[in-house]
Design a protein. Sequence first.
Length: 248
Amino acid sequence: MYQEQRLRKILEILAKRGELSAKKAMEELQVSRDTVRRDFALLAQQHRVKRTHGGILPILEPSLIPAFKERLEELNEEKERMAQMALPFLKQGGYYFFDVSTSLLRLAQLTDLPLTVYSHSLDNALVFSEKEQIDFHLLGGRFYVANRFYFSLKEAELLRSLHLDIAFIGAAGLRGGEVSFSDVEDVQVKALALKRAQTKVLIAEAGKWERQGPHVLCSLADFDYLICDRKPDKALLDSIGRQTQVLY
């Protein structure tokens, strides 16, 4: 297969899957790792893909770029403050999990330390791909458009072999003291990250306190820290327990 044919095939696969690892490209194209590396490098030079650790991501179409930028610009003062409170938790050389969360997206923007970061979030991948000092690992798989994350059980299982200093989780719902989300696949990734994390940090603004998703990750009391935009009400504080430190 000529190089131009390979490049077209790579772009076709990328359009269908939303991400492509070097290993998968080798299998699909039946070529060597060096060949895939050269093809990925050429596509990146042509601004047709974005390189990540061990693979590539699609370049957003011009019509979609404003939407992504708007997502970043929509970060309000409360989320900015929560991201600033989370920033001191990051230490040079540490291993971290960054969840799908606009507050954590802002944290990703703020950090300039050399870190190793794992995430299944497309938005986090796009931010960290611009930071050379970050050793970023995208947990790929099927792309879930609504909440902009990837899931593959095989990719998620990579977390089992890690020791994470901190898992940063962004809550969708906290009603009844339970941390809940919309997608069961999303919960599976978070659960694995929490099991491998020495410290567990939950970020949630007040608007999430009375929301409830169909899939429960764990209880509030399972976290070491809860970062909020204001002091939680008594009912929420009662569900947290003494072992969880609340920052606001």
